[in-house]
Design a protein around this ligand. Structure first.
Ligand code: FE2
Ligand code: FE2
Length: 368
């Protein structure tokens, strides 16, 4: 029995086991930093370390106990359910988009791992370091498992190289809470929506990794719960001017997902998923969940919502095309596309949001 990241008890162990296997052809893609590619983050770790979870202790301890019980230990590795993947016979457009999807997902998972691991390393608050160690463990397994899938296609992301060389973006702790909470919950919603869809339409399951999505998204769900509790320790984080920041992050996260997914038409066609339907299904779930901690949700049924997303997506597609070209015409095209994208985004931000009261308790169960 060889050692595998799925069985590792800590992030460090999981990464060492992955690195022993690695090459780096996909690493350049993972290194890219654009508005749409997953980033690496750093923050004020001392401020994070100073959080006192006493006000949410009654909900905190059971969550930590659940994570310590480690229901997914050993889950993230190939077994007899892992069907053979015919990478060479795959439609070239699908292959390209799917690899791009895997690399981007691996980078996003690993970005969480790096941030959580660093918090664990720098902190001295037992509650905080314990939580971040557990979350880093999960994300290391997730990233490692995606890399296992990529290796079969002859590519893999060199995670050690990425840790050292990828640019880190600084976010104040409160922005880390909003962004990370949302990415965990939207991650849950994305994985479970695909999983349920493929349960109904197994003929569209063109790769075995989707079979792992249910347990996978439960990890993300728990991570989201942890950030919800962290935010509930300080009511200021979700009131006053911070509500505007929450709206900004909700809009940015939803819009990024929309634009990114629409760049992968062959991938969604293979899954039998209409990306517009998928986006709305994911937003609906994420909005419902985020009511546990955010006092507003975006009005995703507003007449300007979908048209705004479409405008943004078209502007981004034009921008990407113009970036491939040289000369004055291309520069003008880049500028106008950027302005159109900015105006579409502002249009989305100005849609009035829905307000509601926060519940007395925070914790939710993954019910989708
Ligand atoms: Fe993850
Ligand atoms: Fe996560």
């Amino acid at each position: 029995m060889t050692l595998h990241s799925a069985d590792a008890a800590t992030a460090e162990e999981a990464l060492a086991r992955q690195e022993a296997l690695d090459s780096d052809s996909a690493t350049q893609v993972a290194m890219q930093n654009t508005l749409l590619t997953p980033r690496f983050y750093t923050t004020d770790f001392d401020e994070l370390d100073a959080i006192d979870v006493t006000p949410v202790r009654a909900e905190w301890d059971p969550l930590i106990a659940e994570m310590q019980a480690d229901p997914n230990r050993g889950h993230f590795k190939k077994n007899e359910d892992w069907d053979h993947v015919d990478w060479d016979g795959m439609d070239p457009d699908l292959r390209k988009e799917f690899i791009d999807f895997l690399i981007s997902s691996c980078t996003a998972e690993f970005s969480g791992c790096v941030l959580y691991k660093e918090m664990k390393r720098r902190g001295s608050n037992k509650d905080i370091t314990q939580l971040f160690q557990l979350m880093a463990r999960d994300e290391a397994r997730h990233a490692g498992f995606i890399n296992d899938a990529l290796r079969e296609a002859g590519v893999a992301v060199n995670l050690g190289f990425l840790t050292q060389k990828k640019k880190y973006t600084y976010f104040r702790p409160k922005f880390i809470y909003y962004a990370t909470y949302l990415s965990e919950k939207i991650g849950y919603a994305r994985y479970i929506t695909i999983f349920r869809h493929l349960e109904r339409h197994p003929e569209h399951r063109f790769h075995p990794i989707f079979k792992w999505f249910r347990e996978w998204c439960n990890d993300e769900f728990r991570h989201g719960e942890a950030f919800a509790l962290l935010m509930r320790t300080d009511p200021k984080l979700t009131s006053g001017v911070n509500v505007l920041w929450i709206k900004f992050f909700l809009t940015a996260v939803y819009a990024t997902m929309y634009v990114r997914d629409h760049q992968r038409p062959a991938f969604h066609a293979a899954l039998g998923v209409d990306p517009d339907w998928y986006a709305q299904a994911v937003y609906t779930k994420t909005s419902e969940l985020s009511k546990q901690v955010f006092p507003i949700t975006l009005d995703i049924d507003h007449p300007r919502w979908e048209t705004g997303l479409k405008r943004l997506q078209r502007a981004n597609a034009d921008l990407a095309r113009a970036k491939q070209q040289q000369g004055l015409g291309a520069r003008v095209a880049r500028l106008t596309a950027s302005l159109r994208a900015a105006s579409a985004f502002i249009g989305l931000l100005t849609i009035p949001s829905n307000r509601h009261r926060l519940p007395a308790t925070t914790r939710l169960e993954p019910v989708y």
